[in-house]
Ligand binder design. Structure first.
Ligand code: ADP
Length: 194
């Protein structure tokens, strides 16, 4: 299985793009727009997990509680979810990852799956006070302020180290996310064409 997964994706790693950014940075919106423009799927691990919760599948039942607190699902579970998703035929021509990796061990798993680094990592950069403002504005019924703050804290502790990780490897491209949606899309497209 692992070998087949590798084969399915390795040849296409030049079109593997990771979108990195804090909760509320708008990376999910950008992933959808870019996916349309590039003709590759936007793979959002958050959406996949929420669907699993809605379906009440075994995975959904496992992650429901942890997601509700704003903390991260464990790396081993996420490795399985992402490995399976990237092995699907629609990912063979390339893909955008939104929400994965979120920890350094997840970045290492991704390298193993791809047989190398992703083509590019785009950091959608937004100042913290703007993130809090946006988060409180779009607050879902199940998102208390406490959970929102926990997500930001978890981002700072576990995901922000990926910025340095990818910068050290020469893969990081930073885009100013504190602008209109089309302006951010244009900036990302420009960076990818580089
Ligand atoms: P956000 O609202 O921050 O954009 P997502 O929709 O990407 O968040 O994800 C929602 C939740 O799903 C996260 O808070 C976390 O519990 C879980 N999750 C999503 N992706 C991952 C991942 N790569 N590793 C661990 N947990 C994840």
């Amino acid at each position: 299985m692992a070998v087949a997964d590798k084969g399915a994706v390795a040849g296409y790693s030049p079109r593997s793009v990771v979108l990195l950014g804090p909760p509320g940075s708008g990376k999910g919106t950008q992933a959808e727009i870019l996916a349309r423009d590039l003709g590759v799927p936007a793979i959002s691990t958050g959406d996949m997990l929420r669907e699993a919760v809605e379906e009440g599948s075994e995975l959904g039942r496992k992650v429901e509680g942890i997601m509700a607190t704003g903390d991260l699902v464990d790396d081993a579970t996420m490795a399985r979810v992402v490995r399976e998703r990237l092995a699907k035929p629609d990912a063979a021509a390339g893909f955008l990852l939104d929400g994965y990796p979120r920890t350094v061990p997840q970045a290492e798993v991704l390298e193993e799956i791809l047989g190398g680094h992703p083509q590019a990592v785009i950091l959608v950069d937004v100042p913290e006070e703007e993130l809090v403002r946006r988060a409180l504005g779009r607050q879902r019924a199940d998102d208390t302020e406490e959970v929102i703050r926990e997500r930001l804290r978890v981002y700072g502790n576990k995901t922000a180290p990926l910025v340095g990780y990818y910068r050290d490897r020469g893969l990081l491209r930073t885009v100013d996310g504190h602008r209109s949606i089309p302006e951010v899309s244009t900036a990302i497209t420009r960076v990818l064409r580089g």
